[in-house]
Write a protein of this length. Structure first.
Length: 207
């Protein structure tokens, strides 16, 4: 349940081309829904506002989204993930913070999203990053004081380039969540992960 006083917003980067997957992985079925819609519902359960960044020509993908999800268009998505990130941040400039997630990471637990959100509500001047088994992962939260630097990013390195520059301004939140390291890149990995899900080994839950 989203708390009424929870501020800030989540940005889901979903403007990629699925080159390694070979087809549009955003529309692949995961459980009873598409991959993209599953991730959107996951984030909507925690954040009052969810912005989904897609390409200008993504009419088929946009048609699958619900009215609850805002859409931002990345006009230069082909130039790298930074352009999608910029499009999302530009749509949230009035927010005190944003959490930037990836649309191909459905195994992140909602508890992890809550922990990042709660940390941002108290730490308005530091980046919040989840960590599992000593390794950082996604999604990552950015207070508004970092928005101008996010808007200056270029190429395909995304927010990691900024995080590396301001390491002393990053809080690592320890979470019991291997899902912060798991993304879906190929049909083989997708089917393997879906198989683990069907066996209950890697459940798609919001716990």
């Amino acid at each position: 349940m989203v708390e009424a006083d929870a501020q800030g917003t989540a940005i889901l980067l979903a403007a990629g081309y699925s080159h390694r997957f070979g087809r549009d992985k955003r529309l692949e079925r995961l459980g009873s829904d598409s991959l993209l819609n599953y991730v959107c519902r996951l984030y909507s359960g925690v954040f009052n506002r969810v912005i989904v960044v897609i390409r200008n020509d993504d009419s088929k993908v946009q048609a699958t989204l619900t009215a609850r999800h805002e859409v931002a268009y990345s006009e230069h998505a082909a130039k790298g993930i930074s352009q999608s990130l910029i499009a999302g941040v530009q749509s949230a400039l009035n927010e005190p913070w944003v959490v930037i997630g990836l649309a191909d990471m459905p195994f992140v637990k909602s508890n992890t999203l809550y922990e990042i959100r709660n940390a941002l509500c108290h730490e308005r001047d530091r980046i919040v990053r989840p960590q599992h088994d000593g390794k950082p992962g996604n999604p990552v939260g950015f207070p508004s004081i970092f928005f101008s630097r996010l808007l200056e990013l270029t190429g395909d390195q995304g927010a990691r380039k900024l995080i590396d520059k301001v390491d002393s301004e990053v809080i690592d939140v320890s979470v019991d969540d291997p899902g912060i390291h798991i993304d879906i890149d190929t049909p083989r990995s997708f089917h393997q992960l879906a198989g683990l899900h069907s066996q209950g080994i890697l459940p798609l839950t919001n716990r």
